[in-house]
Design a protein around this ligand. Structure first.
Ligand SMILES: [Zn+2]
Length: 267
């Protein structure tokens, strides 16, 4: 048996509990014997996580559901396997249903041909769809569902009092979840989600990768300002909304302007 190391009342993070980083953060939320998991990570670590849960003395038959924060492979590859072992259900945002049901390797970023990356994405059905404002109950605990699109269109976060299980919205170093058109990133939506978190009054952010940290407005604003800047940067390709240099270029082409020191060249 293991001594439980809850981070907050009713919340254990299984990597922290194990004293070893096995993958993405896996939150076990519990009240008495009933429990659920928020994310499961890769398939190869499912057995280890299930063994930890067994040693923490949670009855495996009392797993209420497996919740996916969003449909990225590093969070959900193990869902089908864990679901079979625990004989339970899967819960996710409506936008995660199709990629999970079909095991879509493009949207889940399981396959990136240009990087020679090809991971399995075992398909899994979703029994429960949740959206912003829904409540998931575990025993007498209530988990408030937030839809926080930006990183992906299916990204969820979960509020429990002054704690937000904040998914891939932001990490302790101010980085945010990868912006990638293939899995439905949206920079404007990301800014809104980050502002919502900043203004929520939530004290602690428990992300899907890395350590827990405080929800400080100045810290949040540094990231929000940076992400707002992405909207005007060519770096973000089709996800940017404009590129001011192209407006300048149009004017300069119309006026025949060249940099000072260059030309006119005699023909
Ligand atoms: Zn992600």
């Amino acid at each position: 048996m293991l001594n439980r190391k809850p981070l907050f009342p009713g919340v254990i993070e299984l990597n922290f509990q194990a004293g070893e980083v096995l993958g993405c953060n896996v939150y076990l939320v519990y009240d008495a014997d009933e429990w659920l998991l928020i994310d499961i990570g890769y398939e190869e670590t499912v057995d280890s996580f299930v063994e930890i849960i067994r040693q923490l003395d949670f009855p495996l038959s009392r797993c209420k559901t497996l919740v996916a924060t969003h449909a990225d492979v590093d969070h959900i590859q193990g869902l089908a396997k864990a679901k079979a072992i625990l004989k339970t259900t899967v819960t996710a945002h409506p936008k995660a249903v199709e990629p999970l049901r079909t095991g879509d390797t493009l949207i889940t970023l399981a396959e990136i041909t240009a990087q020679n990356l090809k991971l399995e994405m075992p398909p899994v059905d979703i029994e429960h769809q949740v959206n912003d404002g829904d409540i998931i109950k575990v025993g007498s605990l209530e988990i408030e569902v937030w839809h926080t699109p930006g990183h992906t269109d299916s990204q969820l976060a979960f509020r429990m009092g002054d704690v937000l299980l904040s998914g891939d919205n932001i990490y302790r170093d101010g980085c945010i979840g990868a912006i990638d058109a293939h899995h439905g990133s949206d920079i404007k939506a990301f800014v809104k989600s980050l502002e919502r978190i900043r203004d929520s009054g939530v004290k602690w952010l428990a992300p899907s990768h890395g350590p827990i940290f405080a929800n400080e407005p100045e810290f949040m604003n540094r990231t929000i300002d940076r992400v707002k800047g992405y909207l005007k940067m060519a770096d973000f390709g089709t996800l940017a909304e404009g590129w001011p240099l192209m407006d300048e270029w149009e004017d300069e082409v119309a006026d025949g302007i060249l940099p000072e020191g260059l030309g006119p060249v005699s023909s």
